[in-house]
Design a protein around this ligand. Structure first.
Ligand SMILES: [Zn+2]
Length: 319
């Protein structure tokens, strides 16, 4: 029997769930484990949860622990977005599992995933924009993740589109995130309803016991031909179009991948209008059709798969 040489576990530590993928050397997913992230958890406990989930995932892949986790080539790569920055996640997790651990920002990992295995396969220049509760971004240049001089590049969500615009989560005003994230969409829907517009969005939220306007609620409201929802969506697409155009004018990428629940659910219905607005704002109109603006393909697996790709690359460099 062939020896399973390079099993890598990709972990995506999101605000709502913890996802672990066991991936073989051909990038085939052997097992997926998913558990909800417990809010306000102390980092030590969360690190233990991650370690336990990695071990569960390895077991569900039908591997014995010493075939993967204990092997010197096993690598775990986590992508935290829980806001704790000074936690030595990598070293602590590495000590618990006994394997090398690499840590990367979740959006960067997602962009690497889409570039290597998803919507951006085969291109050298790519920008990813993930629209969720916030807007995250990442850049691939010459086939590699572009990190900038401090590792802080790709914060596309905080490009300012309106200097006096609404307040952003970062504290500044008028960032793309404050105008076109799902959080911004929800704020606009609630404001319209408060002003007397008729909309089914709050009813759907109540029916589904949701406090937030998730992407599935947005899709449901659009199916009901909710006019408020439709108007807010159009506005969001418009802002994202302007954002994509700025990114194109700066980077001239071959491909812009639009990710997040709304993009993945609505596909062309969402991305089409973004593309149309963006093109109007390209400074250079030459070969404009060469720039592909497409929805992401890997869904919730993008971050963990990208983590695997990055981990493998660094593992090979280290050899
Ligand atoms: Zn901001």
């Amino acid at each position: 029997m062939a020896r399973r040489k390079e099993i890598i576990v990709g972990v995506d530590m999101g605000g709502t769930s913890l996802r672990a993928l066991v991936v073989n050397e051909e990038n085939r997913i052997l097992a997926v484990e998913k558990t909800p992230t417990k809010r306000d958890q102390d980092p030590e406990n969360l690190i233990e949860d991650i370690a336990a989930e990695v071990e569960d995932a390895v077991e569900s892949a039908g591997l014995r622990r010493n075939e993967a986790v204990d092997s010197s080539s096993g690598l775990v790569h986590a992508a935290p977005n829980l806001g704790w920055k000074d936690v030595r996640l990598g070293p602590k997790l590495s000590a618990l599992l006994g394997v090398p651990v690499l840590v990367e920002n979740d959006v960067n990992a997602g962009v690497v995933g889409e570039h290597a295995l998803g919507a951006g396969r085969g291109v050298q220049e790519l920008v990813g924009i993930f629209v969720g509760t916030g807007i995250g971004g990442g850049i691939i240049s010459r086939g590699e993740l572009y990190e900038g001089c401090r590792g802080a590049a790709g914060e596309i969500g905080h490009m300012v589109l309106e200097v006096d615009g609404p307040r952003c989560g970062c504290g500044k005003r008028g960032c793309a995130e404050a105008l076109a994230s799902r959080t911004a969409m929800e704020r606009e829907v609630r404001a319209a309803i408060k002003e007397g517009a008729k909309s089914c969005v709050l009813d759907i939220m109540k029916e589904r016991h949701k406090e937030r306007m998730t992407s599935s609620i947005i899709v449901r409201a659009l199916k009901n031909k909710d006019r408020v929802m439709r108007g807010v969506l159009r506005r969001t697409e418009y802002y994202l179009g302007i954002l994509v155009a700025s990114v194109v004018n700066l980077m001239d990428p071959e491909c812009v991948v639009i990710g997040g629940g709304v993009a993945e659910r609505l596909q062309e219905e969402f991305v089409g209008p973004i593309r149309k607005t963006a093109r109007k704002y390209y400074l250079s109109q030459r070969d404009a059709a060469r720039i592909k603006i497409v929805p992401a393909q890997l869904g919730d697996n993008a971050g963990a798969l990208g983590a695997v790709v990055l981990a493998r690359k660094r593992l090979h460099l280290a050899r």
